[in-house]
Design a protein around this ligand. Structure first.
Ligand code: SF4
Length: 428
């Protein structure tokens, strides 16, 4: 559901520090680099080569982010040329000038499972090429997000700056921020419209509006709307299957950390995957390889406790953290009540994600309601938080949240990630 918010956010005064190959972020455990598939497939061979870059680390992995990007940690700064070459060969650096602005999230199963109103894969490719081919858009900023929903509603609820929702009649609605403004267009006109809107955003920033997001502009973006974005309202039912989806598969990556073992399992089944914003991968033509994928440690069952668990980076990678969030989440996993599989009794009430955060920033929280486990002092404390929230969800399955989403109560079942732009970034 589109949200309506006033443009009350103050202008930004700090620089955008979203990391990339050309601008690593200096984290506590070394340089962090974010790689952007921009909604396009990633080769399994490329993933294996990326893991080679971190092979000397104690637990080498590739992080999957909540904006369907990949991250490598603990790298040297500056990156050695051979590391940059590996990223480029993996297809993850098509442009050095526009690397940071290729932030595109798209319905990951579009064109593969017969759902949705359109196959948006060609549109995503065209958008990525148009972004990279428009010189002015290199100034868009690393926090600006495009979301392309094929009409099924799986990514339309993400806090995008510019959004697209395909309609049943072959058209689409382009949306700008959460204002409710929209433009109804034939699909082939969508990318030019997105580029025009993005260029206007860049122009206004250059004229002094120091903002990161469309919602922060002093006045609405774009021409007079031709449609309300509510015309594109979709159910936003969190249909995020795990396991077989027709001939394909969707597999969860525990805590969003893709390991050498996972990639070896993928390589036995497919040659490319799509990264979702939910720490999972679409394995093209992977349904026949579910056993291999499961044995590799990937999650193929929506009822698995790992399918519920999220954690921010935490210690040792983040200096702000009070705890090792991933160690805590790993301890939680075997103690967690399994989520009923979709369609089973209670699946809608107790399957809420559990997010372990190391501080009140709560980086990487899901965009759907979640159980908020904030820096627990012990496993018992964390378990108590989760059990209390699960019991509450069973008792009051439709209760409206009582807390202001911006000031959540630890241990509560937290409503969906608030739309405030301050929470929209992926913090390293
Ligand atoms: S929530 Fe973010 S800033 Fe806070 S500890 Fe976790 S990763 Fe670090």
């Amino acid at each position: 559901m589109c949200r309506v918010t006033a443009s009350t956010t103050p202008a930004r005064v700090t620089a955008d520090v979203c990391p990339g190959v050309g601008r690593p972020f200096a984290a506590a455990d070394g340089s962090l680099v974010r790689l952007r598939p921009a909604g396009r497939p990633v080769s399994v061979t490329g993933l294996a080569r990326l893991l080679d870059l971190v092979a000397g680390q104690p637990d080498p992995s590739i992080q999957l982010t909540s904006r369907a990007a990949l991250q490598l940690r603990g790298l040297p700064d500056p990156l050695p040329p051979e590391a940059v070459a590996v990223v480029r060969e993996a297809g993850l650096l098509p442009s050095t000038t526009h690397e940071l602005v290729r932030n595109v999230v798209a319905s990951p199963l579009s064109g593969l499972d017969g759902r949705g109103h359109a196959d948006v894969r060609p549109l995503v490719v065209t958008l990525d090429r148009a972004l990279c081919a428009t010189p002015a858009l290199s100034d868009l900023g690393g926090r600006f997000l495009f979301c392309v929903d094929d009409g099924r509603g799986d990514v339309a609820g993400e806090a995008s700056d510019l959004g697209v929702v395909a309609l049943p009649d072959g058209a689409a609605v382009v949306t700008a921020g959460s204002s409710g403004r929209g433009w109804r267009l034939p699909l082939e006109r969508v990318v030019p419209m997105l580029v025009e809107l993005a260029e206007e955003f860049v122009t206004r920033r250059a004229r002094g509006e120091s903002v990161w997001h469309v919602d922060e502009l002093a006045s609405p973006l774009g021409p007079a709307p031709t449609a309300s974005s509510h015309q594109a309202t979709v159910s936003h039912v969190a249909h995020r299957p795990l396991g077989a989806v027709g001939p394909h598969a969707v597999v969860g990556v525990p805590l969003g950390l893709l390991t050498r073992g996972h990639v070896a399992g993928l390589a036995r089944v497919t040659d490319h995957v799509l990264v979702t914003p939910w720490r999972s991968l679409v394995v093209v033509d992977g349904a026949g390889g579910l056993t291999d994928l499961s044995e590799a440690g990937l999650v193929v069952d929506a009822g698995s406790p790992w399918a519920r668990l999220h954690a921010c980076t935490g210690l040792p990678g983040c200096r702000r953290s009070a705890i090792d969030t991933r160690a805590m989440a790993s301890q939680l996993a075997p103690n967690l009540e399994s989520a009923p599989a979709p369609g089973r009794p209670g699946a809608d009430r107790t399957a809420r994600p559990v997010h372990v955060s190391g501080c009140e920033r709560r980086c990487g929280t899901p965009s759907t309601p979640f159980v908020d486990v904030l820096a627990p002092g012990s496993l018992d404390e964390a378990l108590a938080i989760v059990r209390r929230a699960d019991a509450s969800a069973r008792t009051y399955p439709t209760a409206a949240p009582t807390a202001d989403p911006a000031t959540p109560t630890t241990g509560a079942t937290h409503p969906a990630r608030p739309p405030a732009s301050a929470t929209r970034q992926e913090r390293p």
